[in-house]
Design a protein. Structure first.
Length: 514
């Protein structure tokens, strides 16, 4: 049952949608009487000179931080949204006015069970930064260590629960009352958003992410991750070592200090691929606002990372898929790419390899008209995903997150050093990784051969077992794939407007009419 406060919120949302004309693409396919109702609002006659992406971004910003977060999450879904929408959503900035420092002090004291002066010899109630979920204050521990204190906003969990409940409500109405609702699967989109934002509400999780990344880059010459102070960290308060560096977005200052920009750009790529292929654990929010540079030695710049709320992981199969596909692409081995997709079970085992290979070749060959140094890894992965989706590829969220992160890294690297050759920087790393994997396979093959030779009487057994298991696995993949295809109902290709329809047509207007 929707509550009165949510009805008021729906009216606010309806206002924003009409103010920024986000409802027009949706209403175009609705019954005449519903379109007529929308024109009763004077805002519907406002002339709009902005693109649909700009209108959507501005509308989400006007609705507040939770909707900004939702837009940021959706900006990672290149599989769902058109490129112009994704590009605008990527510009969403999670910046809101700070809450009073006195409230932060009270929250810290409640979380740690001590007076603020017992915890810190100095605590600045003026925040360094403020976002929708939390804000950060500088402080100094009793041992003199300089730290930053991240504090969740008061009542933020209640605010998020209310907006999430509202999103679920209108998402369900979308599936009930809009013809495109089931195809867009808005309830699943909201569930994905809910999981992401709930993870960000647990600062213990973020602290654990930071500790893991710090351990992965211990003694690294190219990346430094600040220390977590666990005794002063709780689910709503996190205390972390304070770092000093130049924002990586301040390119003018980096150049003024004679920073080696080529080395800085290449090291960013190295850090990314190290996280992906060595550690299987990567920072999935590596935008310029979360990166600083230690230029105490400008010829040897070092990255400083912050904000570890969103991290990605890759399993061995995902690593194998990514590396082998990229290597095969640059060798123009399109058949290998097709076979990899089928072997992984991400497209149906019944897919014709020659047809899939031809489709991949069609989208890939034009890319090679550019010099290798200008080829976008992120765009490459997106093209592969889009082609595979035509063959009913199962969407892999972890790979979509990685692809979005790769876009960020590419954009960052080329803003630092326009002539950055991403392929030349990454190729040795991936080839070394692939070589190690093949080496392990050779060892396993040798052991298997020796075992077969020593068990002459059972020489046919391994092949028999393999055949049976392979048959079972194939049947399982076919069943699993059929189930997934059925649930996809044609795939998730609709615009974000299909989700937003719930906020005006599927919910606001219908609810207010009742």
């Amino acid at each position: 049952m929707i509550r009165p406060i949510q009805i008021i919120r729906l009216i606010q949302i309806n206002y924003a949608l009409m103010r920024y004309a986000m409802n027009r693409p949706v209403l175009a396919g609705q019954p005449w009487w519903l379109r007529a109702i929308s024109y009763l609002n004077p805002l519907s006659f406002l002339k709009q000179s902005k693109t649909r992406g700009e209108s959507l971004r501005l509308g989400l910003e006007s609705l507040g931080p939770i909707f900004v977060k939702f837009g940021q999450i959706l900006s990672t879904r290149n599989d769902l949204l058109p490129a112009d929408i994704v590009a605008e959503l990527a510009k969403l900035q999670d910046q809101v006015p700070p809450f009073p420092g006195k409230k932060a002090t009270i929250r810290i004291e409640q979380a740690l069970g001590k007076k603020i002066e017992e915890i810190f010899i100095k605590f600045d109630e003026t925040p360094l930064a403020s976002a929708s979920i939390a804000q950060v204050h500088p402080a100094k521990l009793n041992d003199g260590a300089e730290v930053i204190v991240k504090v969740l906003r008061p009542k933020i969990k209640k605010v998020i629960r209310n907006d999430i409940a509202l999103l679920y409500f209108v998402a369900r109405l979308t599936q009930m009352f809009w013809s495109q609702g089931k195809r867009l699967r808005p309830v699943e989109l909201v569930a994905e958003f809910e999981q992401t934002i709930l993870d960000e509400l647990d600062l213990m999780r973020e602290a654990a992410n930071a500790s893991q990344l710090r351990r992965n880059f211990k003694d690294s010459d190219i990346m430094y991750v600040p220390k977590i102070y666990w005794s002063q960290t709780r689910s709503d308060v996190m205390v972390m070592e304070r770092i000093y560096g130049t924002p990586i977005s301040n390119i003018a200052e980096l150049k003024a200090k004679n920073t080696d920009m080529k080395k800085l750009a290449e090291r960013g790529v190295t850090i990314f691929f190290t996280q992906v292929f060595r550690d299987s654990f990567f920072h999935a929010d590596m935008h310029p606002g979360n990166l600083f540079v230690d230029i105490s030695n400008p010829a040897d710049p070092k990255y400083l990372g912050v904000d570890f709320g969103i991290m990605g992981t890759l399993g061995p199969e995902d690593q194998h898929y990514l590396a082998e596909n990229i290597l095969a692409f640059f060798h123009r081995d399109y058949r290998r790419i097709a076979v990899l997709h089928i072997e992984s079970g991400w497209v149906s085992p019944d897919t014709r390899v020659d047809q899939f290979e031809s489709a991949i070749r069609t989208v890939s060959e034009p890319i090679f008209e550019k010099p290798l140094s200008e080829i976008s890894f992120g765009q490459l992965l997106l093209k592969l995903f889009q082609t595979a989706e035509r063959f009913n590829m199962v969407i892999q969220p972890q790979l979509m997150l990685l692809q979005k992160t790769l876009f960020n890294i590419e954009g960052l690297g080329r803003s630092l050093y326009p002539d950055l050759d991403l392929w030349e920087t990454a190729k040795p790393f991936m080839e070394e990784w692939a070589g190690k994997q093949k080496g392990l396979k050779r060892i396993a093959k040798t052991v298997l051969q020796e075992w077969e030779e020593s068990t002459e009487n059972a020489i046919k057994t391994p092949q028999l077992v393999y055949d049976v298991l392979h048959h079972i696995q194939t049947q399982h993949r076919q069943t699993q794939h059929a189930q997934i295809i059925e649930s996809k109902s044609g795939g998730l290709r609709g615009f974000l407007f299909g989700v937003i329809i719930t906020l005006i047509v599927g919910a606001g207007i219908r609810l207010l009419m009742h």
